[in-house]
Design a protein around this ligand. Structure first.
Ligand SMILES: [Zn+2]
Length: 232
């Protein structure tokens, strides 16, 4: 194999390894983080917080109502006990009862509203829980396939690397340095010549250079400085 062809193949393998490494990282990221699952969990958590606050509000409105009812009962008992005979005192007790009756209506309304809110939050929570369970099942079902894909990608990378090693070792150090530094600075080190033109920058390559490149010499493009590979 001519030197330029070896470098060309080396770059194909390196690009292939890089692409597969990127794909493998993406697979690993997907295995570790599942945005759908995280969203479903946080929706349920937020609803649970709301539900707990609404339940607290409901209990406290119910306790206030029970308190008030006890006071109303006590006042009524006192009014009708026959022990209070002063008309002014009776009238003030009457007013107190009226005031508390209004307050009781308000509290009853509050309790009903809190119950309604609690009911609808609990329905919403049940739906969110069903959704989370479905997403969890999906993630669980996808796990073996993801693991298999990860394993396949890792095996393929290992295979490509073992194919790359003898190619790399067959290249002289000077060419290897040129290849590595060009690839590092320009992303791509080798350009194929097609129809006498550098495929990368479309500059015509002198016939003498083409001849050298076909042989065992390294020729770079006069314009983009990439190593030229003249195909078979
Ligand atoms: Zn070029």
């Amino acid at each position: 194999m001519a030197l330029a062809e070896t470098v060309f193949r080396l770059e194909q393998l390196d690009s292939d390894v890089e692409a597969r490494e990127t794909a493998l990282r993406e697979l690993r990221r997907r295995a570790q983080r599942n945005p759908g699952l995280e969203t479903a969990r946080s929706v349920l958590d937020r609803l649970a917080e709301k539900e707990s606050a609404a339940a607290h509000e409901n209990r406290s409105a119910e306790a206030d109502l029970a308190d008030l009812e006890a006071r109303i009962k006590k006042t009524r008992e006192r009014m009708y006990s026959g022990k209070v005979v002063d008309p002014r005192e009776l009238s003030s007790l009457e007013k107190e009862l009226q005031h508390w009756a209004t307050r009781r209506d308000e509290l009853e309304e509050q309790c009903l509203q809190a119950m309604d809110e609690l009911d609808s939050l609990r329905e919403e929570m049940a739906r969110a829980k069903t959704r989370l369970e479905a997403v969890e099942r999906e993630a669980e079902a996808a796990r073996p396939r993801l693991a298999q894909l990860e394993q396949e990608a890792a095996n393929e990378i290992a295979r490509l690397r073992s194919e790359r090693q003898p190619l790399l070792e067959s290249i002289d150090p000077r060419t290897r340095n040129l290849y590595e530094s060009t690839r590092k600075s320009m992303g791509h080190a080798v350009s194929q010549v097609s129809g006498g033109v550098c495929a990368w920058c479309h500059v015509s390559i002198p016939a003498k250079d083409l001849q050298h490149a076909r042989g065992n010499e390294i020729v770079t493009c006069p314009h983009c400085r990439r190593i030229l590979y003249v195909g078979p």
